[in-house]
Design a binder for this molecule. Structure first.
Ligand code: ATP
Length: 372
């Protein structure tokens, strides 16, 4: 884990190595065939999900697929229309009244992390510890600020901090009461890209060190892959795949899942004797029957380019320099649309006009066209 690997050096080391307070006693959070409707709209359409104590699960999927509703149900803001939600095996959706988040041992951190501007950072963190004697609350709040590397800023005010630091105060406020479950809704969406990467890594370290059970909602696939122990991909109110980041990326079970986590070159094909025939060659199509229409999806990094004659003939049409990679558009006579390759910068330097391409079969996925 990143937290363990980096502890003891740099900011991450300071974040996880200092001010240790006893970790939360993480809870198990279970959705048992949960349905939620808003009037005629079915936002969650029968979800079963078991989040193990201390695990971080990212909910990801397109806008409107039901991610936030899943959090609201766990938080106790909404009562499911059907099914149950259990925390450590206890049904918290029994009866007619909602059990509020604090009585469920659930902490919340939403995208507008809404620190109180007139309260010091310490008082902001203490806000969630009202049930404790003041001296104990102050001690816990200081420990939480230390845990996010901001002990020195306890007495200053949120407006005196950078956006990333404010986010970390909000994280300290969320973890200070040691919730059994922490629910985060798009927690980094208000930060610019560079800051987001940094705060995300810090948050990951704090979550691991706190060993809190966590659900993070995001619409950013890369964020989900980086943050989650497992990632639940949702579509139209259902979880369509729940897997480790690597499994989900490497072995998507649908074209939808493959597209969500990677740009793809998609080529229509027909299956014949267990393989899909394309102008780029035959690709294994396990599970698809003879004559079936298929989509052959080639990841851009699976297209290698070389001099003319070194593979399938193509024409280099365009190159875009993106710093860490170059995107290369390649026209092929047999295809209506150019292929896009992702190569390391400089790889195309000596090439122009006619080139050769080689496809890495490990970067090719084949799906039934009907399953798109
Ligand atoms: P986004 O990424 O855009 O935030 P989401 O995946 O979090 O979307 P939800 O906010 O859970 O999705 O919404 C799921 C569906 O429920 C959508 O069709 C949405 O319009 C609908 N919905 C959400 N909240 C309400 C509400 N309070 N009343 C009526 N419909 C709602």
């Amino acid at each position: 884990m990143a937290a363990d690997a980096t502890a003891g050096s740099g900011l991450l080391g300071r974040l996880v190595g200092r001010g240790r307070s006893p970790a939360s006693i993480a809870s198990r959070l279970t959705y048992d065939d949960v349905v939620h409707r808003y009037g005629t709209v079915t936002a969650v359409a029968g979800v079963t999900l078991d989040v193990a104590p201390g695990e971080t699960v990212c909910l990801v999927g397109p806008s409107g697929c039901g991610k936030t509703t899943m959090l609201r149900l766990a938080a106790g803001v909404e009562m499911p229309s059907a099914g149950r939600i259990l925390i450590d095996g206890q049904d918290v959706t029994q009866g007619k009244t909602l059990t509020p988040p604090e009585r469920r041992g659930v902490g919340l951190m939403f995208q507008d992390f809404a620190l109180f501007p007139h309260l010091s950072n310490l008082d902001n963190v203490m806000f969630g510890l009202k049930a404790m004697p003041k001296a104990d609350a102050a001690r816990e709040a200081r420990l939480a600020l230390e845990r996010v590397g901001l002990a020195a800023h306890a007495e200053s005010f949120p407006h005196m901090l950078s956006g990333g630091e404010q986010q970390r105060v909000a994280l300290a406020r969320a973890v200070a009461p040691r919730p059994g479950v922490l629910l985060m809704d798009e927690p980094f969406s208000g930060l610019d890209r560079r800051l987001r990467d940094e705060v995300r890594e810090q948050t990951r370290a704090v979550l691991r060190e706190s060993r809190v059970t966590c659900i993070v909602v995001t619409h950013d696939p890369e964020e989900a892959l980086r943050l989650g122990d497992r990632v639940a991909l949702m579509r139209a109110g259902r979880i369509v795949q729940l897997d480790t980041p690597e499994e989900l990326y490497r072995r998507p079970q649908s074209l939808f899942a493959a597209r969500y986590f990677c740009e793809l070159n998609e080529i229509g094909a027909r299956v014949h004797a267990g393989a899909a025939d394309t102008p780029l060659g035959r690709f294994a199509a396990p599970g698809l029957s003879d004559g079936a229409d298929a989509v052959v999806a080639i990841r851009p990094q699976g297209i290698h380019i070389g001099v003319a004659g070194s593979g399938i003939a193509g024409k280099l049409q365009r190159r875009q320099f993106l710093g860490e990679v170059e995107l290369i558009d390649i026209a092929l006579d047999a295809l209506d649309r150019p292929l896009q390759a992702r190569v390391r910068p400089g790889a195309s330097k000596a090439l122009s006009g006619e080139i050769g391409i080689v496809i890495d079969p490990a970067e090719v996925l084949v799906f039934a066209a009907s399953a798109a």
